[in-house]
Design a protein around this ligand. Structure first.
Ligand code: OXD
Length: 309
């Protein structure tokens, strides 16, 4: 049995060591080993090129090295091979920490001090709000979104949720749907978007969406770059001096050097780093799913190929 491991993570060597350790009975290859791709049974991948995917004709399961699967589904040669994605509590915790750090930066006006420091300017105390006086709207309430929502509720923020269709039976937070998007956006001081990249979410955060947000508010995008119309956001930022954004994901990654977000004073750029994929827990999940498949012939996938995430 053979596994192909393909990714461009900074820590890919560590990943490879851990995968080999966890799957000692498998031949684990990287593309540098020039394996016969037709003999690969399982693939563990992040941003695999279409030219390689095309050759993986006998793969039974593709494991995504992240929570998202758009990097697989959007490949022209992807042919509905079952995908197992990372659904990991450690990732959800790290994502919540990231969101909280961005909220605090905005809430405590830390970027004002950072900018003033460069000019050696002593700004003095600033007026800041308490958690209980801040409403945070979460767009996208999947596994990660729900965790972030709970985390923020426990910190005493007021939290609202938005889902395109509300199938949630019970929820601790008020859920808004498409028909009251305006009310949801207008009630929130901060919007956190954790939307996946699908046909339906493409450029969902656009001119109309932004115009429904409070003029003085903060957008955090940790979902996917394709869900945001970047030109619309830039225009909106330039028109509304009290509007700020924290962006972790972009249409093109790495973000090109000439992109205006890099230097915009109301934008924080982070490099798709909101939630690291935890090596140990992710590999354990893969091994569990693989063993279960070998025992039962069934793949527990968490990915709905019709919905695209
Ligand atoms: C992702 C991830 O899917 O980082 O973006 O896990």
């Amino acid at each position: 049995m053979s596994i192909l491991f393909y990714c461009n993570f900074n820590n890919k060597k560590k990943w490879l060591v851990s995968i080999k350790k966890k799957f000692p009975e498998y031949n684990v290859f990287t593309i540098k080993d020039k394996p016969d791709l037709l003999k690969i049974d399982y693939a563990i991948v992040w941003n695999i090129p279409n030219s390689i995917m095309k050759e993986l004709k006998n793969v039974k399961i593709i494991f995504s090295l992240g929570a998202g699967v758009d990097h697989i589904i959007n490949l022209p040669s992807y042919k509905k091979t079952p995908i197992v994605r990372v659904k990991d509590i450690n990732m959800a915790k790290r994502m919540s920490y990231h969101v909280h750090s961005q909220i605090l930066t905005y809430q405590l006006k830390l970027n004002l001090f950072q900018r003033a420091q460069i000019q050696k300017k002593w700004l003095g105390e600033q007026n800041t709000k308490l958690n209980q006086d801040i409403t945070i709207g979460i767009v996208g309430l999947g596994f990660l979104g729900q965790h972030v929502a709970k985390y923020l509720v426990n910190l005493n923020y007021r939290v609202l949720g938005f889902k395109r269709e509300n199938k949630t039976k019970k929820s601790d937070i008020k859920i808004y749907t498409e028909k009251n998007l305006g009310k949801f956006l207008n009630s929130s001081d901060i919007i956190v978007s954790i939307l996946p990249d699908t046909k339906k979410t493409k450029n969902f955060i656009n001119k109309n969406f932004l115009s429904l947000m409070k003029k003085e508010s903060f957008l955090i995008n940790i979902g996917r770059g394709n869900t945001l119309n970047e030109k619309d956001l830039l225009l909106h930022l330039n028109k509304n001096k009290k509007f700020q954004a924290s962006l972790d994901v972009f249409k093109t990654e790495p973000l090109p050097k000439n992109n205006k977000f890099w230097t915009h004073k109301n934008v924080i750029v982070t490099p798709h780093a909101a939630a690291l994929t935890d090596i140990e827990s992710s590999i354990n999940l893969m091994a569990k799913r693989l063993n279960n498949f070998l025992k039962t012939g069934k793949i527990k996938s968490d990915v709905d190929l019709n919905r695209g995430y």
